[in-house]
Design a protein around this ligand. Structure first.
Ligand SMILES: N[C@@H](CCC(=O)N[C@@H](CS)C(=O)NCC(=O)O)C(=O)O
Ligand code: FES
Length: 102
């Protein structure tokens, strides 16, 4: 990302932080603005031209647009579940279904 989770330095990086926050997941963040070799190197590594970049268990997922899509479709919850992470929004979904049953 550009900047840090506490102080994103670009709207795209900020959006990714906000999405991950909604899912309540722990993640490592790396500020590419602190090291130009990381900024260029990560783009070559993932063959993706822009920052931010999201990886789940070392697997490249995409940038801001893709994460937003996965979030809106509910697929992000599933992707996290696959690696044993229970999204905070999963519990919200379950609660909602419980309510419907009542
Ligand atoms: N549409 C992109 C938005 C990200 C983007 O356009 N990033 C640009 C501007 S922050 C970028 O990283 N440019 C190359 C660079 O700054 O090294 C996405 O989905 O992530
Ligand atoms: S830093 Fe300008 S769009 Fe990201």
């Amino acid at each position: 990302m550009k900047g840090t989770p506490d102080m994103p330095r670009c709207g795209f990086s900020n959006a990714v932080v906000q999405i991950l926050r909604m899912h309540g997941v722990d993640y490592d963040a790396h500020n590419v603005l602190a090291d130009d070799s990381v900024r260029q190197g990560i783009k070559e590594y993932s063959e993706w031209p822009t920052i931010p970049q999201i990886f789940i268990n070392k697997e490249f997922i995409g940038g801001c647009d893709i994460l937003l899509q996965l979030h809106q479709s509910g697929e992000l919850i599933e992707e996290l579940q696959k690696v044993g992470i229970a999204s905070a929004l999963l519990e919200a979904e379950v609660d909602e279904n419980d309510d419907k049953k009542k």
